[in-house]
Design a protein around this ligand. Structure first.
Ligand SMILES: [Zn+2]
Length: 158
């Protein structure tokens, strides 16, 4: 089964609960794990199937596998996980280099952000590689929208 990062079937409930925060995490592909997890940690994983991504901002767990009892934390992962970071730069879109700061700066200067349109156009052109660049292994657009909304609230843009 080969599914593209932006075409993962969201209707199927294949979530699993993170043991440290109790929230449901979505499955991650083997390719995502392989590109995101630091080598010595990766080598210790016996089976890359069945891993999930924890999206809780305050939770230190990034990937977990309840069947294998494996819990990987921020220090086991190469990239900065944007949703779990509070210090700049906070990455939002990993494929095209959008950070929370860049989006906020645009809103501050122009009252709007071009991030959603620009990223959307590149996804359409097939240029995104979320499955190996984004720690969640998924399309960033949902998070980009949230950051734009947050920026508009911050600078009181309607
Ligand atoms: Zn968690």
């Amino acid at each position: 089964m080969k599914s593209h990062c932006c075409e993962i079937d969201e209707t199927k409930d294949c979530t699993s609960a993170c043991k440290e925060c109790g929230s449901a995490g979505k499955p991650v592909m083997e390719i995502t794990l392989g590109s995101m997890v630091k080598e010595p940690v990766l080598e210790a994983i016996k089976n890359p199937d069945g891993f999930h991504f924890c999206e809780t901002p305050s939770c230190e767990v990034v990937y977990f596998n309840n069947e294998q009892q494996v819990y990987l934390h921020k220090q086991d992962v190469k990239a900065r996980v944007g949703i779990k970071e509070t210090e700049s730069p906070v990455p939002v879109c990993y494929c095209f280099g959008w950070t929370q700061e860049r989006i906020f700066e645009e809103i501050k200067q122009h009252g709007k952000s071009t991030a959603v349109q620009e990223i959307g156009a590149k996804i359409k052109a097939g240029e995104c590689e979320c499955e190996i660049k984004n720690p969640s292994g998924r399309c960033c657009l949902g998070n980009v929208n949230k950051v734009v909304k947050k920026g508009k609230e911050l600078y009181r843009v309607p």
